[in-house]
Design a binder for this molecule. Sequence first.
Ligand SMILES: [Zn+2]
Length: 63
Amino acid sequence: MDLKSFEALIKTENSARLFLAKLCWKNSHRFCTRCRSYKVYRIAGKKFRCKRCAYTFHEFTGR
Ligand SMILES: [Zn+2]
């Protein structure tokens, strides 16, 4: 793979990820993928934890 196609791949993956994030999390309303509670809080990195059932998930869990 040459540098140009590698750059193209990174670019595509980034925009695809952004697109997905927008699609999945409208208005940045994160909710628990297990119990659907909106009472979640952010922990290390891009992970979230549910206050209700203590389930830990990341942006794309269950998608
Ligand atoms: Zn939950």
